[in-house]
Design a protein around this ligand. Structure first.
Ligand code: SF4
Length: 478
């Protein structure tokens, strides 16, 4: 019979099919971004352990050795890191088990910046296994990152962390045993449960089986609508194809446009709105885009947990007569911000609009730069005032092509409006760019640094050149 671990218990709560695949070790191989997430969690754990100097760390021990040593340390009433407990078909490795009066306190370390609802059943399963093994659990705690912590010299574990007593929330989870019995049955089934696409595919985590389960959905399906309340309801009713949406279903204006574009088999264009948008632009246009990375535990002074650190930008300066000049920055390593700021200040000098795609990201990065490097705040704040969001006309559906499949991201808009795409690039998305930079320039894990640099430059260049083409494409429409 299979062994139900904490992570499989959490898989089971999300979806029985996911649990079955996880148990049979049939999940897709994890990508660099997921690996990064795990490694960030491990880095954080090492700082949390410093808060318990008396702790005995069993992290590196093999399965049996870890379980045997945990028993021994429990008898010695020691604080234990990675306490391995097995009972019946249940197994956990508790992050921290600490003796307390007549029993034990259970600590879970999460590299999140707050307590989340999924943390309660996670701890409840661990408590259930501990209690089955005869341990009395008094209190349950969650230790997470404090996102207001600003690194200044050595990391201060006390200030980096926040500890919250979640005992009452954990005690309110009463269905652990019932779930655990059901999950063990599913794990030993010969065939996986059928997929049942629903909100659970994204909650609490993005399911790694989405590609496989979503493969059979119709090309234009209800998940492409903008109103998630409507699309989950339709899906629950067994309606997958947009063409099968019953007449009279209450839909937003944007969803009506999505349907109209499919029915008429052509883009839906609101020329007046696009003309108005184009008329509002002030030349020269500074088409601008950052690439960033982040880490759970800050690695540079003047930065916080998960702060986006810009390491690259591309800038296409477009004059009203159509001439275009390209400028770019790509850090060589270390804290990229001081050099990036110096060059960016010169490159953005002028009065024209700074065109970005999805301005909230660029604005938040620039505001943090202004806060952390006050000597640059004047020009940065003025630059923020010049920002215009090129995603706005697409977010408002002034242009919609059914090939966008409900999305207004630049990756969908660019091919829809210009016929050009990212598909021929070695790097075709920001998450990949971020990981490749991080593991070649910050943590030297990847060897092909020069090749990565060339591909990063090509990728970021396309983001801003693409914006020039999109503006041009909009002009041609009106
Ligand atoms: S994609 Fe959805 S249906 Fe498929 S396994 Fe994941 S959660 Fe279950």
């Amino acid at each position: 019979m299979s062994l139900l671990t904490k992570s499989k218990y959490m898989n089971g709560l999300q979806c029985l099919r996911l649990l079955w695949f996880a148990n049979k070790k049939l999940l897709p191989e994890i990508d660099l971004a997921t690996e990064h997430k795990f490694s960030q969690g491990h880095d954080f754990e090492e700082y949390v352990k410093k808060l318990f100097p008396e702790g005995v760390d069993l992290k590196d021990q093999e399965f049996k050795e870890n379980i045997d040593n945990t028993k021994e340390q429990i008898e010695n009433k020691k604080t234990i890191f990675e306490a391995g407990i097995i009972v019946e078909n249940y197994f956990i490795r508790a992050d921290i088990l600490k003796p307390n009066d007549d029993g034990w306190d259970l600590y879970e370390i999460k590299s999140t910046t707050q307590v989340k609802p999924q943390h309660f059943p996670d701890l409840a399963f661990q408590k259930f296994v501990c209690e089955k093994a005869g341990l009395k659990i008094n209190r349950c705690y969650l230790i997470h990152l404090d996102n207001e912590y600003v690194k200044n010299g050595e990391i201060d574990p006390e200030k980096l962390t926040k500890q919250e007593d979640v005992t009452n929330d954990v005690n309110q989870v009463t269905d652990v045993e019932k779930n655990a019995i059901k999950f063990l049955e599913i794990m030993d089934q010969e065939h996986p449960p059928d997929h049942c696409i629903s909100k659970q595919c994204n909650k609490p985590y993005d399911c790694p089986l989405k590609n496989e389960c979503y493969m059979d959905l119709p090309k234009y399906n209800v998940l492409q609508l903008t109103n998630w309340r409507v699309y989950w309801k339709l899906l629950d009713e067994g309606i997958e194809d947009i063409k099968d949406i019953p007449k009279g279903t209450k839909l937003t204006d944007k969803d009506q446009i999505i349907i109209e574009s499919i029915e008429k088999n052509k883009p839906i264009i609101s020329k007046e709105h696009i003309k108005h948008f184009l008329k509002s632009l002030h030349y020269p246009l500074y088409h601008f885009d950052f690439e960033t990375f982040d880490t759970a535990v800050p690695i540079f002074d003047k930065s916080r947990p998960y702060q986006k650190i810009p390491f690259q930008y591309s800038l296409h300066i477009e004059q009203e007569d159509g001439t275009v000049e390209h400028k770019e920055f790509l850090s060589e390593g270390g804290d990229p911000r001081p050099k990036l700021l110096e060059q960016m200040k010169t490159d953005l000098e002028g009065t024209g609009d700074i065109i970005v795609f999805n301005k909230s990201f660029e604005i938040s990065v620039m505001k943090k730069l202004a806060e952390d490097f006050p000597e640059h705040s004047d020009w940065l704040l003025k630059a923020i005032d010049r920002i215009v969001d090129l995603a706005d006309p697409f977010r408002a559906f002034y242009y919609y092509n059914k090939s966008q499949k409900g999305s207004y991201s630049i990756k969908k808009v660019l091919p829809a409006i210009t016929g050009k795409s990212y598909s021929e690039l070695e790097i075709d998305n920001g998450a990949e760019a971020s990981m490749l930079y991080f593991y070649s320039h910050i943590v030297p894990k990847l060897e092909n640094k020069e090749e990565i640099r060339r591909n990063l430059l090509k990728y970021c260049n396309l983001d801003t050149e693409g914006m020039v083409w999109i503006v041009d494409g909009l002009k041609k429409l009106v």
